[in-house]
Design a protein around this ligand. Structure first.
Ligand SMILES: Cc1cc2nc3c(=O)[nH]c(=O)nc-3n(C[C@H](O)[C@H](O)[C@H](O)COP(=O)(O)OP(=O)(O)OC[C@H]3O[C@@H](n4cnc5c(N)ncnc54)[C@H](O)[C@@H]3O)c2cc1C
Length: 350
């Protein structure tokens, strides 16, 4: 289901581009799919599920209709199963940067990795905005970013044979330590103290590698960087007793967690409510631009509740209007999934 088609020549064409693969973006695939509308989804995270997957995968949710309790992760898994029949195409680890209208309606969207979409309709399901990595408090880090300081690993091969310093004590830091250690020339994990938030199994494996002298663990904080033209030569470690250690390295990977920022949505020409919400009508959840819809946490209308169930309702009504754009000559007959054989065929159950 997570295929990412490489189309170097020309834009990727689709009926609908869904920006954001949180729970609401995922459910939009279902409602659109029932009406034969195909969707591509883009998300800046490297996984689907938005806040549920990133912020509270193990927390129980108690207010999804008819599910007395389900975890954030469980809900995302169930949504993925539910939308499978409609073959959504995911483009993960990419942020939609620009969005422009090129027809009536027809839109061009471009991601930060240069992928271009030409889409009849756009569904903005961007939630609280894009998740962005937290920058560590190291003076003068900016010139190194994207050259030898990275907040995500896009291609492991880029790190083969390098001297790597990973900073952090959570799951991302430990997972990448374990994944990159076999291909790195040398790897040092830096953390403030010898206590980790990451899964105990990963922490044990890391300690084992340190015991085998296959990598180093250094306690303290990176306080300065050394290098030129964006290429690191060394990072300076400051220990809690104030002593300093110079660690030679080619790449620094800080994993300090993610923060939510509105991001590029702010530049797409919407007259935002309270500075960060896209106003929509409550009949079709369309924005002031015909053909662009906004559903889930990102939208605003009188009485809006930032709940998953509200986003699901919004997705259903959005799809009704989307059908009129995509199939202007087809009459839409309202049907139930319980009794419609044609809907059941689409779901693969009849
Ligand atoms: C701790 C916590 C507990 C919660 N508990 C509940 C609860 O019990 N019940 C409930 O109903 N709700 C709960 N919520 C709220 C619920 O999680 C949100 O209402 C829901 O996640 C909104 O879904 P969404 O799909 O609109 O947005 P999100 O889940 O925020 O997903 C939006 C996605 O869009 C992506 N994105 C944004 N901008 C771009 C861009 N430019 N390009 C590409 N991708 C982009 C983001 O990376 C993100 O993955 C809780 C929230 C938190 C933080």
């Amino acid at each position: 289901m997570h295929s990412i088609p490489e189309k170097p020549n020309g834009p990727i064409k689709t009926d609908v581009l869904i920006i954001g693969a949180g729970p609401v973006g995922l459910f939009a695939v279902f409602e659109l799919g029932l009406l034969d509308i195909k969707a591509h989804l883009v998300d800046i995270l490297d996984k689907v599920g938005g806040q549920c997957a990133e912020l509270y995968p193990e927390k129980p949710i108690y207010d999804i209709p008819a599910l007395p309790v389900i975890s954030g992760e469980g809900l995302v898994e169930a949504l993925q199963t539910q939308i499978k029949p409609f073959g959504p195409v995911f483009h993960l680890g990419e942020m939609v940067q620009t969005l422009e209208r090129i027809g009536d309606p027809l839109f061009r969207a471009v991601t930060d990795r240069g992928k271009v979409f030409e889409t009849k309709l756009v569904v903005v399901a961007a939630g609280g905005g894009s998740f962005q990595p937290k920058r560590p408090p190291i003076a003068g880090i900016e010139p190194y970013e994207a050259k030898s300081v990275f907040y995500a690993v896009r291609r492991m091969e880029d790190f083969r044979g390098k001297r790597i310093v990973i900073v952090g004590g959570g799951d991302s830091a430990l997972d990448w330590t374990l994944n990159l250690q076999p291909i790195a020339r040398h790897l040092t994990l830096v953390h403030r103290r010898d206590e980790f938030r990451a899964a105990p199994d990963s922490v044990n494996k890391m300690h084992q590698l340190v015991a085998e002298r296959a990598m180093d663990l250094a306690l303290g904080q990176i306080s300065a960087l050394e290098g030129e033209d964006g290429q690191l030569r060394a990072a300076q470690l400051k220990r809690s007793d104030g002593s300093l250690q110079r660690i030679e390295c080619d790449a620094l990977l800080p994993f300090f967690g993610l923060t939510m920022k509105l991001g590029p949505v702010a530049n797409w020409g919407f007259d935002l409510h309270d500075g960060d919400l896209i106003p929509v009508d409550t009949e079709k959840f369309e924005t002031s631009v015909p053909g662009i819809f906004a559903i889930g946490d990102i939208n605003w209308y009188p009485g809006k509740l930032k709940l998953i169930l509200s986003g699901f309702h919004e997705a259903a009504l959005m799809a009704q209007k989307a059908h009129r754009y995509v199939f202007p000559d087809k009459r839409l007959v309202f049907q139930y999934t319980t009794s419609s054989t044609s809907l059941q065929k689409k779901l693969g159950v009849a």
